[in-house]
Unconditional design. Structure first.
Length: 138
């Protein structure tokens, strides 16, 4: 087969399997360390601001409980679609979600909650899933 590399390009040499596993393990360690530091900072902030173990428990439930509820859906998406695309899209969505303090999904109760949050200075985005065309950011 003809070599179609351009001038000055070096041939791609595959990474040895052990080296690839070490690199992936190191990347995972860095990722987990950052996630753990973020959760620790969140829990410290919640307890420092409220002084309540109940709010700390609610925060734990919302952060880790939601992951457990989403795991079956993530498994279905990972099996049905290309896993690399699913991972990239989920990371992009997670990053977009961190741009706001709250993402409120429609409904009159959601609008009231969003109004209170926006008045308190939170960055809020409101999405309507009922077929409407509402997309508001405060």
């Amino acid at each position: 087969m003809d070599d179609v590399r351009g001038e000055g390009q070096t041939p791609h040499t595959p990474t040895a399997p052990r080296t690839a596993v070490r690199i992936l393990s190191l990347a995972r360690l860095v990722s987990l360390t950052g996630s753990t530091a973020a959760f620790t900072a969140l829990f410290h902030t919640i307890y420092h601001r409220t002084g309540s173990a109940a709010w700390l428990s609610a925060t734990l439930l919302l952060t880790f409980g939601v992951s457990g509820l989403n795991a079956p859906l993530a498994g279905i998406l990972g099996d049905r679609f290309d896993r690399s695309r699913v991972m990239i899209l989920s990371d992009l969505r997670a990053g977009a979600g961190k741009a706001y303090d709250a993402i409120v999904v429609g409904g009159h109760n959601g609008l009231v909650a969003a109004a209170y949050l926006a008045k308190a200075g939170a960055r809020v985005v409101i999405r309507d899933c009922s077929g409407g065309r509402m997309d508001l950011r405060y």
